[in-house]
Design a protein around this ligand. Structure first.
Ligand code: CA
Length: 194
């Protein structure tokens, strides 16, 4: 039988090939696991549909229903369009990293090729402080490193300029996509006295 004539060299080569094949399988498994982990993380961030909304593609982020609009329009037009979408509608305000990630995942789903999006952040030029157009507290921020720059004419806040998920201040007349939001009605709203 031919294998009786196998030399040690043949066996070593065979072992080497088997090791290489095992390594390849291991790399393939690691890559697969990494891909599944990334996909799972994106799914974790993607918010549920908003049950309160009477039209499609509104998602629940924190205590808001939010929806992405392609535009592109300037900041003021975006804000007034949002007011027409629903009672109490405004450009979206963000209050946690989780909400920020959820909004980013919606933008990736609906506008991956042009992700720059107006948020509802607005600078008061006289005080250099920021407010949200829905008057909720300014209690979270996620600026691109180096932004906002101290002296310029940029007073409106966008997401996804240069770094995905991060914010930049920009001239308000620029035309971008935008994210509208309205507050979810809570069960006890209006039912009690302060
Ligand atoms: Ca800027």
């Amino acid at each position: 039988m031919f294998f009786l004539h196998s030399t040690n060299k043949d066996i070593e080569e065979e072992e080497g090939e088997m090791k290489a094949a095992s390594a390849l399988v291991l790399v393939f498994l690691l890559v697969s696991v990494a891909a599944m982990t990334i996909e799972k993380r994106l799914k974790e961030f993607f918010p549920p549909k908003c049950k309160n909304a009477n039209s499609t593609n509104w998602y629940q982020v924190g205590c808001y229903c939010v929806k992405h609009f392609q535009g592109p329009v300037d900041f003021a037009t975006a804000e007034s369009n949002c007011a027409r979408q629903a009672p109490g509608g405004h450009l979206v305000s963000l209050h946690s990293e989780q909400d920020n990630n959820a909004v980013l995942s919606i933008i990736k789903k609906y506008s991956a090729s042009s992700p720059r999006t107006w948020l509802g952040g607005l600078q008061i030029p006289s005080t250099k402080t920021y407010i949200w157009t829905d008057a909720s507290p300014w209690n979270y921020q996620a600026w691109v490193p180096g932004e906002p720059r101290p002296t310029n004419s940029e007073h409106c806040v966008e997401m996804n300029w240069s770094v995905l998920g991060k914010w930049n201040d920009l001239e308000c007349w620029r035309k971008l996509g935008y994210m509208c939001a309205f507050e979810l009605q809570t069960a006890n709203e209006g039912g009690g006295q302060e």
